[in-house]
Design a protein around this ligand. Structure first.
Ligand SMILES: [Zn+2]
Length: 89
């Protein structure tokens, strides 16, 4: 059994989605993870219990409001990370 933070999954998906629309910024693994860490620190966690990918707690659906919050935080994080990427000297 393990704990799974659903916010991480949502942030991961939306980061991919939002980065796909951008051609002007770095999408390396470090920048991607930086963006996700920054966004996740601003969002509430959504823990569920899972075992081998099977989720025991009732799966939370990503509601319209949640999605809007996550999009806002990921967008903000993309702006900050792309302005000061950690991979640069
Ligand atoms: Zn990068």
């Amino acid at each position: 059994m393990e704990l799974l933070n659903y916010s991480e999954i949502w942030v991961g998906e939306l980061t991919d989605e939002l980065l796909n629309e951008r051609q002007d910024i770095c999408k390396c693994e470090l920048c991607r993870l930086d963006i996700q860490a920054m966004a996740l620190n601003q969002l509430k966690p959504n823990y569920v219990v899972s075992e081998h990918g099977r989720i025991y707690t009732k799966t939370k659906m990503l509601g319209q409001q949640n999605r809007a919050d996550i999009v806002a935080q990921v967008t903000k994080a993309i702006e900050q990370v792309s302005r000061r990427p950690h991979h640069l000297p």
